[in-house]
Design a protein around this ligand. Structure first.
Ligand SMILES: Nc1nc2c(ncn2[C@@H]2O[C@H](COP(=O)(O)OP(=O)(O)OP(=O)(O)O)[C@@H](O)[C@H]2O)c(=O)[nH]1
Ligand SMILES: [Mg+2]
Length: 288
């Protein structure tokens, strides 16, 4: 941890946090040390996934603005196809300025670099770092494509599945089992024809699979129903806390982080060490 100042990191200095995240992105072993040097804190992870272009960034930005009135909010955009405040906000410079000047919101883009399309260990460490640096809610936006959805369910306390009419891929999501990972279902672009129909279809699917969850219509551009969505998130968090489920989620997050890190470390080992490990593993798993 040569150039990094732990003091500054502990003081939640934004420049130092950025530096730490760059190290985390590039060096998994160092990442573990940096995160480990900071005290654990209470925070929650809100994952947003769903169809490309459904409005995840727009909604994240809106939600972050709302929550940032009372707490520090971190945002990690994984493999963003456009800069976070780009596409969605270029037409609205005043609001963009307000967002980027919001001292209570920290935004970072990261490459997933995950094998098999999953989230890389650096994302887990980045989230944990932000949590330990006083960010009370950390939003993680991933573009819905295969493995990353199930990973987001392992990483996040609450998953928002964001869909929009006219994108035509909800059937694919149903097939891929992605529909089941949501804690809150958002049908964004309610101003577009077909939004209510999509909402009804999602409700029917959820009913059918006994996966009873809230489905909400939003307009990311006008901000319609965004306060209601923020309320649903708080309600879900409250439920997780009261039921003790939040601890399970944290355990799950830690476990996946550990597994990911172990995998990284394994890759550095010479062949004979791997062979020895395989033998040890056989003992643990009864030879399977
Ligand atoms: N009509 C309409 N357009 C919206 C709404 N919300 C967002 N958009 C627009 O939809 C486009 C995509 O929005 P993003 O927020 O970038 O969507 P995203 O899901 O983050 O996109 P990717 O990260 O590329 O998958 C942008 O042009 C937004 O301005 C909405 O409620 N209604
Ligand atoms: Mg986006």
């Amino acid at each position: 941890m040569t150039e990094l100042s732990l003091e500054k990191l502990k003081a939640e200095d934004v420049k130092e946090i950025s530096k730490a995240l760059t190290i985390i992105e590039n060096d998994p072993i160092e990442a573990k040390k940096i995160v480990g040097a900071l005290d654990e804190k209470d925070y929650c992870v809100i994952g947003l996934t769903g169809s490309p272009g459904s409005g995840k960034s727009t909604l994240t930005d809106r939600l972050a603005s709302l929550f940032s009135l009372k707490e520090k909010i971190g945002i990690i955009a994984v493999d963003p196809s456009s800069p976070f405040t780009g596409g969605a906000f270029l037409g609205d410079r005043i609001r963009m300025k307000r967002t980027s000047r919001n001292d209570n919101v920290y935004i970072r883009s990261m490459a997933s670099r995950g094998k098999l399309g999953g989230l890389s260990p650096s994302i887990y460490n980045a989230v944990e770092l932000l949590g330990r640096c006083g960010f009370k809610k950390v939003f993680v936006e991933t573009v819905g494509a295969g493995q990353s959805e199930t990973d987001i369910a392992n990483l996040a306390d609450i998953v928002l599945l964001v869909l929009a009419p006219g994108l035509g891929d909800e059937i694919q999501m149903l097939k891929a089992g992605i529909m089941e990972i949501g804690d809150i279902y958002v049908v964004n672009k309610m101003d577009i024809e077909g939004a209510s129909r999509l909402k009804s279809r999602i409700e029917a699917v959820l009913d059918f699979s006994n996966h009873r969850k809230d489905v909400i219509l939003t307009d990311g551009i006008k901000g319609t129903n965004l306060e209601e969505l923020a309320r649903l998130i708080e309600k879900e968090l409250q439920f997780l806390k009261e039921s003790g489920k939040i601890d399970e989620k944290r355990k799950k997050r830690k476990r996946f982080n550990k597994l990911n890190t172990v995998f990284q470390e394994l890759k550095e080992l010479p062949d004979e060490a791997i062979d020895r490990l395989v033998e040890e593993l056989k003992k643990l798993t009864g030879g399977r």
